[in-house]
Design a protein around this ligand. Sequence first.
Ligand code: AMP
Length: 213
Amino acid sequence: MRVILIGPPGVGKGTQAKLLVKKYHIPQISTGDMLRANIQQNTALGQHANTFMEAGKLVPDDVILEMIRVRFLEADCKDGYVLDGFPRTIPQAEGLELMLKKIDQKLDAVLVITADNAEIIRRLSSRRSCQECGAVYNLLFSPPHKTDICDHCGGKLYQRDDDKPATIQNRLDVYESQTAPLVEFYYKMDLVRKVNGMGTIDEVSEGIRKALE
Ligand code: AMP
């Protein structure tokens, strides 16, 4: 199963990707997580990417495509993957198509998850992540048992810089201008399945299950 999840920031792509990982035993490839891991390890790539991420801007396409090219070489990608947060621009989608052609692979579906902006802003401002293990919580739907402490590893929870109000609107604008056009791109390839992202985690997951039937 090779699936792409497209949707505005905070719509639940990461959460739904993790459910697909469990169901299909395929890896989640999240470019956002990969970039944050690089920032935490203070790599050159991380330092470069951080200047864009802090401002809610997209990291340049060539950096992202090279990261994906290398990731695809890993053995766990052999039977498929869930792409979460990639591609995010038309050049990235074109780059992905070229890569897939070379290795003779085809995508199965592009799941487009939708929600209105007010709901997105509400969700993003309530999102907290663990500094240690990266687990994601939402103070509204899935709060940690102890305030600001990770249930899994006891690490401290923090709010991502790009989930702060000043950056959220910018990320939504970037989504509209640069990522939303991908829907048309994949629509022409007959891969788009729309899923309503406004419900609970289980409701959205059920929508995805039906969309993949
Ligand atoms: P995410 O965790 O997917 O919301 O990504 C967080 C930030 O990482 C984004 O706002 C971008 O700055 C950067 N980023 C993640 N994935 C991509 C991508 N495919 N293309 C460009 N920038 C990305």
